[in-house]
Design a protein around this ligand. Structure first.
Ligand code: ZN
Length: 224
């Protein structure tokens, strides 16, 4: 079968990408070795219940289970928990952190918890916690004022030795992809471009209208 130059390039790009995926998987499954003494690497911040809440409640077990499900951990090298607003920017802003919402199709608790501990967010309605129109039914923990930040040193207890073959091969493939601009070919082959996606998000109505007009043109009856 004869392939065009473009198709050849596409095939090569996808083969390389497949190999890259395999290498990433291999790197992740390397065995980790326990350290003799733990090393501190920056700080981590998560949620805990304020002192004086759990001892007085009969449903402490349920609250702990909920916290385990909605808890979020952030890391910071110097403990300031600030990040750049944009990679070029010089402005440092606080890292946003809020408990994770739970989606309807992944509901892990008994049904009665929904009314007892959570506020529902309906699709199509504005969610003030996520600050956007919600696409899917989800629930936010109602008693966020029970929670507070818990900052502690982030201790590493294990380490993984890098495999020289895997590392060099990954670098090789990445350099090839960069040099021959294969990433853009892969994106085009997958049929999505960030520009198209953003436009669709921005002008859903206009897009719909354009599609309808195209449909009309296709199905226009011939009046001869
Ligand atoms: Zn929400």
């Amino acid at each position: 079968m004869l392939l065009s130059k473009q198709k050849h390039k596409q095939k090569r790009a996808l083969t390389l990408l497949r190999e890259l995926h395999q290498l990433w998987l291999a790197r992740r499954s390397l065995p980790s070795v326990p350290l003799e003494e733990p090393i501190q690497r920056g700080y981590k911040r998560s949620y805990k219940f304020k002192s004086g809440i759990l001892p007085y409640r009969s449903d402490a077990q349920a609250l702990i289970a909920i916290l385990n499900r909605i808890n979020v951990t952030n890391y910071s090298p110097d403990g300031s928990f600030k990040e750049k607003r944009h990679w070029k920017s010089k402005m440092w802003v606080d890292i946003k952190q809020q408990p994770r919402p739970i989606y309807e199709h992944r509901w892990p608790f008994p049904k009665e918890y929904k009314e007892k501990y959570f506020d529902a967010s309906y699709p199509g309605k504005f969610c003030w916690k996520c600050f956007e129109f919600s696409k899917h039914m989800h629930y936010h923990f109602r008693f966020e004022h029970y929670l507070e930040f818990n900052v502690e040193p982030n201790m590493l207890t294990h380490y993984t030795d890098a495999d020289p073959y895997i590392e060099t091969r990954i670098k090789e493939i990445e350099n090839k992809m960069e040099a021959e601009q294969l990433w853009s070919i892969i994106n085009r082959a997958k049929g999505s471009h960030h520009r198209d996606r953003d436009l669709k998000r921005k002008y859903p109505v206009r897009d719909q209208r354009r599609k309808e007009s195209v449909d009309e043109q296709i199905h226009e009856p011939d009046d001869v």
